[in-house]
Design a protein around this ligand. Structure first.
Ligand code: ADP
Ligand code: AMP
Length: 220
């Protein structure tokens, strides 16, 4: 199965992805994570991407498209299927993805759009924090770790706030992506594969709705 998880920053893509990848055994490909890892390791891609991600702007399409193209062609992805998170974010990326999938003899089974309104997104991003060790995502009010200051997933005690989640960056990111996401949703609506879920519900409820779209993962 190949799926896309779409939504504005803070909609809950990363949170839902962790559960989907686990239950449906799909390879999780998050372009934002790939850029952050490259920036941390100071690779050529990281140096190129840094000024864009720091400013909350989109990395140019040619860079993002070739990165995804390369990842989709790898054997693990071909075997297991993929869940793309945060890609495509422009119509150019959606068209490039179509072409790449065609070349690979693959197709998309579902596009899930997690719908959340702007004020809620801002609240979520300002309270988000991440485990430095394993990348698990938390929220100070809505998803605190079960034991204070200890990661539920790996037990580490070291958390950070993303640079682009600082209040002065958040509105710009949301507004920029609001403009670019609409035509992509129309594109997949026309293709008949778009599903929308209400992302303002609880994390568990959103996941149940996603499961009802994808089918029971334990009952193939
Ligand atoms: P995205 O990957 O779409 O940017 P995240 O999954 O990182 O979004 O979620 C953004 C923040 O909101 C995180 O702090 C997360 O814990 C929290 N969150 C995610 N889904 C929900 C939800 N349904 N209700 C409340 N908070 C949520
Ligand atoms: P995210 O983790 O999805 O919020 O992405 C963090 C940042 O990475 C974004 O603000 C962009 O700068 C960059 N990025 C992630 N995905 C894309 C994409 N599909 N196209 C362009 N830039 C992206």
């Amino acid at each position: 199965m190949n799926i896309l998880l779409m939504g504005l920053p803070g909609a809950g893509k990363g949170t839902q992805s962790e559960m989907i990848a686990n239950d449906y055994q799909l390879i999780h490909i998050a372009t934002g994570d790939i850029f952050r890892e490259a920036i941390k390791n100071e690779t050529e891609l990281g140096l190129l991407a840094k000024s864009y991600t720091d400013a909350g702007n989109l990395v140019p399409d040619d860079v993002t498209n070739s990165l995804v193209k390369e990842r989709l062609a790898q054997e693990d992805v071909k075997q297991a299927g993929f869940m793309l998170d945060g890609y495509p974010r422009t119509i150019n990326q959606a068209e490039a993805l179509d072409k790449n999938l065609k070349d690979l003899n693959e197709s998309l089974d579902a596009v899930i759009y997690i719908d959340v309104e702007k004020e809620i997104l801002k609240d979520r991003l300002s309270g988000r924090f991440i485990c430095r060790e394993c990348g698990a995502t938390y929220h100070k009010l809505y998803k605190p770790p079960q034991v204070e200051n200890k990661c539920d997933v790996c037990g580490a005690h070291d958390f950070y706030q993303r640079e682009d989640d600082k209040p002065e960056k958040v509105s710009h990111r949301i507004e920029l992506q609001m403009d670019s996401i609409r035509p992509i949703l129309d594109y997949y609506q026309e293709a008949g594969i778009l599903h929308q879920v209400n992302g303002e519900e609880s994390i568990e409820f959103v996941y149940r709705n996603i499961q009802s779209i994808l089918g029971d993962p334990f009952n193939e």
